[in-house]
Structures are given as C-alpha cells and as structure tokens.
Design a protein around this ligand. Structure first.
Ligand code: HEC
Length: 170
C-alpha cells in the first residue's frame, strides 16, 4: 500500500463521515425534534362519534316500518304484536311501550324479569333490555342474545310506539 492508496482511503473515510453528518443535519432540519403544539391537520371524526349515536339520536332517525320488518324477522317467533292475540312463547307486545315491566295478566313471567316489576318500559329500559336481555335480567326466559346495533333497537322501539295508545291492551 503506497501513500497514494492511503490518501484515497483517508479521503473515502472523510467523505463518508461528512455524508453521515450532513444527512443527520438535514434530517433534523426536515423533521423537528419538538412535537408541534397543534397537529398539522385534523383527522375526521367517525360519523356519529366512536360510541355510535345516543338513543335519543337513534330514535330521532328511527323508521318504525324498518322496526316492524325487523320485529317480524327476529321477535315474531316468540311474540305476537297483534292486539288481543294470545301469548305465544313470550307475552303479547302490543302496547308494551310505557307500561310496567312484567305485568301482563295471564302471562307468567320469570322471577328474573318480575324483579323489575316496579319499573316501566321506558325507551331507555327497552333499549337496555333489547341490547342484552340476559344482562338486564339475569335468568330471564327470553332466550334472545340481543340486538347489538342501537339503530336496530331504536327502530323496534319506534315500531312498539306505533302499537301503543297510552296503555297495554292485550
Ligand atoms: C326465543 C323467544 C324470544 C325471542 C326471539 C324474543 N323474545 Fe321477548 N320475550 C320472550 C320471553 C319468554 C319473555 C318473558 C321473559 C321472562 O319472563 O323472563 C319475553 C319478554 C319480552 C318483553 C317484556 C314484556 C313485558 O311485558 O314485560 C319484551 C319487551 C320483549 N320480550 C321484546 C322482544 C323483542 C322486541 C324481541 C325481538 C327483538 C324479542 N322480545 C325476541 C321470548 C322471546
């Protein structure tokens, strides 16, 4: 290795060091180490917020007709919605909205649901019940897993309202 080679190796090392230092400096210039106080742009909120619409919101947009179709598919195997029709597996649901819980003459409710008898089927109570009957009344005989989507629950509640005229009339 003569002095010429040594010079070339030295130059190469020097150039490499300069390139590394230079790119580090440019990197710091391009991406500041300090986090800016405000994000450069706002991410859009998911529609209706992360937790979905509130019950009041969902009810305001609920379509009773969609609720009727959903009830025909998911509830009618066990419930009648026709006034005066006899109970099937579950009690007749015509006029249930707003009335006391577990209080249909001639229908024997489970002790689990009967424990709520001092309460009323408000929209809130119906929504909680229909989200998960087993959570609302552990031990209930309503063998139905629940409707996870608040819009489905609201549609059914809106439909139940159309079957009420101020009191239950079995
Ligand atoms: C597999 C049968 C079954 C299905 C499906 C079912 N239910 Fe029920 N439901 C019952 C039974 C049984 C009871 C009585 C529960 C008890 O005594 O614990 C009941 C009770 C109720 C009550 C309480 C009535 C009262 O007078 O207190 C409401 C409200 C109700 N169901 C609504 C619904 C709706 C709405 C759907 C459809 C989304 C539905 N149920 C689906 C069987 C069912």
């Amino acid at each position: 290795m003569d002095s010429h080679d040594a010079n070339r190796i030295g130059a190469a090392i020097l150039l490499t060091a300069l390139a590394v230092a230079g790119s580090a400096w440019m990197g710091r210039l391009a991406v500041p180490a300090i986090i800016p106080p405000r994000p450069a742009f706002a991410l859009p909120e998911p529609p209706g917020g992360a937790a979905g619409p509130s019950l009041a919101d969902a009810l305001a947009h609920a379509d009773p007709r969609a609720g009727q179709l959903l009830a025909a598919r998911t509830c009618a195997i066990c419930h009648s919605f026709t006034r005066g029709a006899p109970p099937t597996v579950g009690p007749n649901l015509s006029g249930v909205a707003g009335t006391p819980i577990a209080d249909v003459p001639g229908y024997v409710f489970s002790p689990a649901l009967s424990a709520h008898r001092s309460e009323f089927w408000t929209d809130d109570a119906l929504a909680t019940w229909l989200e998960s009957p087993a959570r609302f009344a552990p031990g209930t005989r309503m063998a139905f897993p629940g409707l996870p989507d608040i819009r489905d629950r609201a549609a059914i509640i809106a439909y139940l309202h159309t079957l009420s005229d101020g009191g239950r009339q079995p």
